[in-house]
Write a protein that binds this ligand. Structure first.
Ligand code: ADP
Ligand code: MG
Length: 728
């Protein structure tokens, strides 16, 4: 396989260009010739700058400026129309005013051009007429079987020296490397390209997708999935056109190449009216987090973090085998900061092996601290760095070394960086994340570590989060491709409950109906029965066995305990009679207009930990499953995790351990740990409900009482979509 790649890589330009391309983007990403439609003589225009960039950065094919009013531009012969060129053209870059775009695109189609990059703005992003104009444009593109990037984009770059195409108006060409970068914002893309050289982020291809009328981020993932020259994918995303497709593609691609995404803007879920806990808690960015996590995509929270992570993946060193790290520094403070940051990002600053300590001790003065972090003190020179690196890299308990250098007088960044690089070249099997903290001599220091295939960070915090991302990716690719176990469920019983409500014109199910759906899907529930008098309640409770919980049953009351409608710990028939009257009294005061159908007598389940799980539907993302710490503080804590349904086994297991406060579900104060597999099982069953019963708009199990061996639903709420057809 590797051999084949090498053969392709060494093929002459023409042959490489004609290789088949999955998504048909070859004419855009690897064109053999380019027309610039709207090329201009005026140097201040985009039309001039694009032509000039193609020439300046040495595009390896002919360029044809198209302008009806000029015979030559930038020393190149110009044509009135693409139809006059008389040579085959792969790609047309279009920079004409918006109303001229459809006409020139039509001409491109007639001239047999297959690739378009439409820079011109004034389409969907303007609303109104622009939307219609974009539709017309797309219609022409489809009619001729062309592919189009844009409109309203910044262009496309292929840094590969065989192509060397800069079809943008950006005044930069990033250094050549192995990252594919797709940006929904032109300006964001530009700033990354601008810093790429300084941060050592090598780029292979850059695509500013603009309005994504035709070519989307998903198309580029598909393209890059099969392109051996792309090893890392960077994305700047403002919105997902088709999140489910993204999930499908990205979860496959991330198994082979890391995807790092910076997502801005809020999820569309924010616009949804929510009547359940699950709905309310989904109304934030958590939906996007869920999607990205489930697809194995590393999410960067800021531009800076995107750089930090991209730099680590761009480096040509191995992924860390585990989270065990050693730190070596010439100053105590930064060493402690690094240890703290590493710890905060879930990495282990381990104890060094005794052999390592004995190898290091004779090398340093008595003031040095021979432990982890290893503080060599300010006198450490380049050879001290090299010796320390060699010893730490040889330590079997260490998989990553973080060398930190703060320049003291007399020692330069460049020399230390070279010493670090030499040690790494002698033992390249481990991960090294250097932190070069001084400004003085930084470019030389960076150059030296970059040349050795290492990243370079200015702050320990950045190094820690980049290393954490490498470890997250390692965990993801180590995770076996998950299966989905088949569950035995009684769909028709659940459907019968739902359809009865629909026939009665109700969108809210009663608590017993909702628990009935849980039961039909194999989720354990606390048994319950409705009583309609105090005597009835006492009898039901006696038959069920004390203690019981009593709850008001009313179609008008959403949160029963808020209106005094729940009494727990009812332990005698007298208590039951009293509780019946008390609930009616309290509810009568709190909700005088509520219709009360009776009082539910439910088996009291003691001792479990209160968790919450639920279903909510996002208009774009589809059904989402939630899990979190439940009970009455659920909204205040907001400690929940979402995943897109259907959940596979690994998704469900990850959710069961994925909340921030997951330790609260471990063994605690004499209570045994909650069964994560019972929780995961419940989540998979919920996911099945979400898939099988699409008329369920929202569902909350709160609480799901979780125990050492099982989990029991004691309260459930279900809201159906309004106006859904009932089966005949
Ligand atoms: P609501 O959420 O409408 O106020 P719940 O049925 O969830 O009503 O009851 C409120 C609280 O009472 C629950 O969060 C739980 O702590 C407790 N509770 C309810 N039912 C039971 C039960 N069967 N066993 C033990 N505790 C219960
Ligand atoms: Mg509840």
């Amino acid at each position: 396989m590797v051999e084949l790649f090498e053969q392709i890589a060494s093929m002459p330009h023409e042959a490489a260009l004609s290789s088949p391309v999955a998504a048909g983007l070859g004419s855009i990403l690897r064109p053999r010739s380019i027309a610039v439609i709207g090329a201009s003589r005026s140097t201040s225009t985009i039309g001039y700058q694009i032509l000039a960039n193609l020439v300046r950065y040495g595009y390896n094919g002919p360029v044809y400026p198209i302008n009806p009013n000029a015979s030559s531009i930038h020393s190149i012969k110009a044509y009135k129309s693409v139809k006059d060129v008389g040579e085959p053209i792969d790609l047309a870059v279009i920079v004409v005013p918006k109303h001229l775009v459809p006409g020139v695109v039509e001409e491109c189609g007639q001239a047999g051009i297959k690739g378009l990059v439409v820079i011109s703005a004034g389409f969907k992003e303007n609303g109104g007429e622009g939307v219609q104009r974009e539709r017309e444009l797309l219609e022409i593109v489809r009619r001729y079987g062309m592919r189009m990037v844009g409109p309203n984009c910044m262009g496309v770059i292929n840094v590969d020296p065989d192509i060397s195409m800069n079809a943008t108006f950006a005044p930069v060409m990033p250094p050549f490397g192995s990252a594919g970068f797709v940006s929904q914002s032109g300006a964001m893309g530009l700033s990354v390209l601008d810093y790429a050289r300084e941060y050592g982020i090598g780029i292979a291809q850059f695509v500013s997708v603009g309005n994504k009328a035709d070519v989307s981020g998903n198309d580029l993932l598909l393209e890059w999935e099969n392109d051996p020259s792309i090893r890392t994918i960077l994305m700047y995303v403002e919105n997902f056109g088709n999140p489910r497709r993204f999930l499908e593609i990205a979860s496959r691609v991330t198994r082979v190449k890391p995807i790092i995404a910076l997502k801005s803007g809020r999820s569309t879920a924010g616009a949804r009216a929510a009547s359940s806990h699950t709905g309310a808690l989904a109304a934030s960015d958590t939906t996007v987090d869920a999607l990205l996590a489930q697809a194995g995509v590393l999410r960067a929270g800021s531009v800076e973090e995107l750089f930090d992570i991209a730099m680590a993946f761009g480096a040509s060193q191995p992924l860390p085998k585990s989270r065990r790290v050693a730190v070596v520094t010439n100053a105590g403070g930064p060493g402690i900061l690094a240890a703290d940051a590493l710890d905060a990002y879930g990495l282990d600053v381990v104890e060094l092996k005794p052999e390592t300590i004995s190898a290091l001790t004779p090398l340093f003065p008595a003031e040095a601290s021979i432990r982890n972090p290893l503080d060599m003190i300010a006198s450490a020179n380049p050879s001290a760095y090299k010796a320390a690196m060699k010893a730490l890299l040889a330590d079997e308990g260490v998989d990553t070394v973080v060398p930190i250098f703060v320049p003291p007088l007399g020692v330069t960044q460049g020399d230390v960086a070279e010493a670090i690089a030499e040690a790494v070249l002698e033992n390249p099997a481990k991960t090294v994340i250097p932190v070069l903290m001084g400004r003085e001599g930084l470019p030389q220091g960076r150059a030296a570590v970059h040349a050795a295939g290492l990243p370079a960070y200015v702050f320990p915090e950045s190094a820690a989060r980049a290393l954490a991302a490498l470890c997250r990716h390692r965990d993801w690719i180590d995770r076996p491709v998950s299966t989905s176990t088949v569950l035995d469920v009684d769909t028709s019983a659940a459907l019968a409950i739902v359809e009865r409500a629909q026939r009665e014109g109700r969108t809210k199910l009663s608590e017993t109906e909702a628990l009935g759906i849980c039961e039909a899907y194999g989720i354990e529930i606390a048994s319950a029965q409705i009583s309609t008098s105090a005597e009835d309640a006492a009898n039901i409770a006696t038959a069920a066995g004390f203690p019981v919980v009593m709850k008001v049953v009313s179609p008008n009351i959403v949160h029963k305990s808020d209106s005094g409608g729940v009494i727990v710990g009812v332990s005698t028939p007298e208590d039951a009679r009293a509780a019946y009257a008390k609930i009616l009294d309290r509810v009568g005061i709190a909700e005088p207009d509520a219709k009360v159908d009776g009082i539910l007598v439910q088996k009291m389940i003691s001792g479990g930990r209160e968790t919450i799980c639920g279903i909510v539907r996002d208009p774009l993302f589809g059904p989402l499953i939630m899990f979190g710490l439940g009970g009455i503080y659920v909204e205040a804590l907001g400690d929940v995790i979402f995943r897109v349904a259907p959940l596979n086994d690994a998704d469900a297991e990850n959710m069961a351990v994925g909340i921030r406060g997951t330790k609260l579900l471990d063994a605690l104060r004499g209570q045994p740990a909650v069964s994560r597999s019972a929780v995961a099982e419940t989540l998979k069953r919920l996911s099945q409900i979400a898939i099988d019963l699409p008329m369920i708009e929202e569902m909350d199990i709160n609480p799901l009482l979780a125990f050492e061996t099982h989990a029991t639903a004691v309260d459930c709420r279900v809201r159906l979509a309004a106006g859904v057809q009932v089966r005949a």
